[in-house]
Design a protein around this ligand. Structure first.
Ligand code: TXD
Length: 308
């Protein structure tokens, strides 16, 4: 009889706690919250656990300030680190978050040698490199969450524009998580209808621009932090694909070793996500403009990684 999956979430702030909420609501497995702040993971874990009888999910949900409680996790979600404040770029978080993510990845990997790591902390693509190096896990078991969020923003704006269900919008966003991301208009469709038949190019360009600026738009509104409902939902969708071995085709940050002509960088690409993590990187054909934009995105990621 298969035992319940075990999900450990490192960093119990806005994203970590909300990810625990989404995972519990989907009854994906037992959940351990970890943070450096005394009491926060324990309090949020206990509170979420107590919502079980109301929301009718069965899950052991606990919090800890150390890593023993995370032993033998199936999935580790790393959200620890500083979030942006208005005026800050994701890149401003590099030095501080590299130290934090390195510690979280090595300590959690040490007690869960077979886990799959989902990285959320920013600057995302560079933090994937940090987690990959620190965990010493194979590349299929270190995955960055950004593309699903960026695609979700893009799909949400399109659903709003066309007044159609979000369920019928398929889209693909490539590249680094940031202003250089590459929404692939040619791969976007609504119920199979190419988007270019439904929205004029200039309007579509505005929506693509708003998507690339999606994170900053929320930071400017919130002022004290960054987005967390959609980022955490995206990470939990990845965890679900892994735990249920769904073989989902989703845009995730994966270590490319020659795919798309990129070598040695984590970049957002379409992957097949299942029980073994990234089971395959899917190479799609790109227009010259799309390839140029992807290379520009890769160059921006490389610049950050070189600073590590
Ligand atoms: O798409 C994406 N990948 C991004 C990621 C989308 C939105 C925000 N993204 C980034 O996630 C954001 O820029 C931050 O770098 C992380 C976490 O964002 P969040 O909004 O959750 O930040 P919080 O609320 O400040 O929570 C961070 C928690 C906080 O409770 C700290 O005490 C904890 O991290 N923290 C640690 N936990 C464990 N171990 C260590 N060393 C540690 N340091 C801080």
């Amino acid at each position: 009889m298969a035992k319940r999956a075990k999900i450990s979430i490192i960093g119990s702030g806005n994203i970590g706690a909300t990810a625990a909420h989404w995972a519990a609501a989907k009854e994906l497995g037992d959940i351990v919250l970890v943070d450096v702040v005394e009491g926060v993971p324990q309090g949020k874990g206990l509170d979420l656990f107590q919502s079980g009888p109301v929301e009718l999910f069965d899950a052991k949900i606990t919090g800890s300030n150390s890593y023993e409680a995370t032993a033998n996790s199936d999935v580790i979600i790393i959200t620890a680190g500083l979030a942006r404040k208005p005026g800050m770029s994701r890149d401003d978080l590099l030095a501080t978050n590299a130290k934090i993510v390195s510690e979280c990845a090595s300590k959690s990997a040490a007690v869960s040698p077979n886990a799959i790591i989902i990285v959320i902390s920013n600057p995302l693509d560079a933090m994937c490199t940090v987690a990959h190096r620190a965990s010493k896990f194979p590349k299929n078991r270190v995955i960055g969450m950004a593309g699903i969020l960026d695609t979700a923003r893009y799909r949400a704006f399109l659903a709003m524009e066309l007044n159609v269900s979000v369920e019928d919008i398929q889209a693909l966003v490539l590249g680094g998580h940031g202003d250089t991301m590459v929404p692939l208009v040619s791969y976007t469709n609504v119920g199979g209808i190419p988007i270019s038949q439904l929205i004029a190019k200039d309007r579509l360009d505005e929506i693509v621009k708003r998507t690339a600026n999606g994170g900053a738009e929320i930071v400017a509104l919130l002022k004290t932090g960054s987005a967390y409902y959609a980022p955490s939902a995206a990470a939990v969708q990845m965890a679900e694909a892994i735990i249920k071995d769904k073989k989902r085709v989703l845009p995730c940050a994966a270590l490319l070793e020659g795919e798309y002509g990129i070598n040695g960088l984590f970049i957002g690409v379409p992957v097949i996500l299942g029980a073994n993590g990234i089971e395959k990187v899917l190479e799609v054909s790109l227009t010259n403009d799309e390839r140029a934009a992807l290379n520009k995105s890769a160059a921006a990621v490389k610049e950050l990684v070189d600073k590590l």
